[in-house]
Every structure is written in C-alpha cells, then in structure tokens.
Write a protein that binds this ligand. Structure first.
Ligand SMILES: [Zn+2]
Length: 283
C-alpha cells in the first residue's frame, strides 16, 4: 500500500503539459492510481458501523420488483412455476425486511447511545486502521450460533493486528437474535469489540489458549481474566447511563422490533411499492 502511495505522489508532481499524448496517458494513469488508491486506502480509513445485509440489498430490491412484475403480468405460468416464483419472492422479502429492520435498529442505537455509537463507529486496530463493524439482526432460525448474540472476528494471517470477518479485511461482525432487549445486547457485543480490535494479536493468543477445546463453551468471552468480557459489562452499564440521559432529555421509547418487523414485511411484500415505505419514526 505504501509503494502505491509513493507512485501516486510522484505522478502528480511530474507532469509534462506540452505533450498531449503524454498528458492523456498520464491522465489515464492517474485515474488508474486513483482507483487503486480508493480500493487500497479508503476502506481501512473509513471503518464504520454498517448494516450486515447491505451487500446485496440493491440487487435484491431490483429482483423483487422484477419477480413481482413477472408474477402479475404473465397468466401463462403453471402453478408449479408460480409456486417457485413465490418462494423466490419470499426469500427476497425476508432479506430486504431484515436489512430494513437492522437499519432501523442501528439508527435506534445511534439515537439512544450516541457517544458509544460514535466511539465504535471510529474504532481502530493497534496500527491505527479503522475497522468496520457489520451488524445483523437475525431470526432465531437463521442464527450461526446457539447464542443470543455473538461477535465474529479472525486475525489475518499476514497481519497479527488486522481483523477480518466474512465481510473482508478490517472488519468484525455481530449477529443478534431479534429479541426485545437487542439494544442492550448490542452494547454488550460492542464492549467485546472495543477491547478485541485494538488488542487483537494479544487477545487471539489468550482466546486460543483459553477456549481451544470449547466451541460451545458458554463462558466464551467471559472466563476469568478475559478483558473483553470485562469491557462488555462496562459497556452494558454505559449504555444504561446513556439511555437514562436520552429519556431525561425527552427521548421517546424506541419502537419494539417485532411490530416493526411486521410493518416492514408488509410494506416490502406489497408489489405496488418500488421500495418499502418509510415506517413511523420514533425519535
Ligand atoms: Zn459476552
């Protein structure tokens, strides 16, 4: 990455305005370097709390629109074909709905606990690189673990201080089951992350030693001496304080996730909607 940066700097300063072709070639090169710069630099520099469903969201919306149009417009479909279409539509409606629910959930967290949100929105690893935190609210049937909330991270092979998850390098991911106290659960997981990301190399060693043979161990992350577990409790208490402050300043109770999901699914299913309608805001 550093070599690319030096090349870019050199190219900007050594220009030859008298030769059109050279200029054109240089312009193409600059564009190319800018693309490389974008890929190489912007990702680690703009780590954020992100929606874990965002990856396929636009293509899912387009596919849903197309399939709905297809289902409505073609009366020559056999009943088997219609059933298959409906199954595909259901998968897309679910994906879009969980995306929308997670988006609203992240927004709720940001409104209720803005200090903690900003802190984790800018979390950096030991070498100062921002790390993305991908969050998903998942139905119990889709959970990757038997736990109600879990954080996923892995040390990169070539860099002990860099974390990667299924979302790529410089990221961790969090799954939370859709439950009423999901906001508190998120604060707990963010506590784990706040310790793990800047101490990844050291924590990975501890983790491998402590939990090596205990994939289903319920004390995972919370054994004696696990600093990330200590942070998770500190963050829970901090969240309670921030929430008190939010209500003290006239904040309204965030909408419960279950009725919200029903509303979102209803809007998403309606083929008349290009996009799910905005639901009632509660801030
Ligand atoms: Zn925990």
């Amino acid at each position: 990455m550093r070599a690319i940066l030096l090349l870019l700097a050199g190219d900007f300063y050594v220009q030859s305005p008298n030769f059109k072709s050279k200029l054109l070639k240089r312009s193409v090169m600059i564009k190319l370097y800018l693309v490389i710069l974008f890929i190489e630099i912007l990702h680690p520099s703009f780590g954020k709390i992100k929606n874990g469903y965002e990856d396929r969201i636009e293509s899912s919306r387009i596919s849903l629109q197309n399939l709905n149009m297809y289902l409505r417009g073609d009366s020559g479909l056999s009943s088997t074909e219609k059933s298959l279409l409906k199954v595909k539509i259901k998968v897309l409606v679910d994906h879009i709905s969980y995306y929308e629910l997670t988006d609203e959930f992240i927004r709720q967290f940001k409104i209720v606990a803005p200090i903690m949100f900003t802190e984790l929105d800018n979390i950096k690893d030991k070498k100062g690189r921002n790390t993305d935190v991908f969050i998903r609210l998942v139905p119990e049937t889709h959970s990757r673990t038997p736990m109600v909330a879990a954080t996923f991270f892995q040390r990169m092979l070539q860099d002990d201080d860099a974390s990667f998850s299924s979302y790529g390098p410089f990221s961790v991911s969090v799954d939370i089951i859709i439950v009423e106290n999901a906001l508190e659960l998120l604060s707990h997981e963010l506590g784990h992350i706040s310790y793990i990301v800047p101490n990844l190399a050291e924590y990975s060693k501890f983790y491998n030693l402590k939990y090596r043979n205990s994939i289903t161990d319920k004390t995972m992350g919370h054994s004696p001496g696990d600093a990330s577990g200590r942070y998770s409790h500190i963050f829970e208490r901090r969240f309670i304080e921030e929430r008190k402050n939010y209500f003290r300043n006239g904040g309204k109770k965030p909408m419960s996730l279950f009725p919200l999901l029903v509303q979102i699914k209803r809007n998403t299913k309606n083929p008349q909607n290009d996009y799910p309608l905005l639901f009632a805001l509660n801030d």
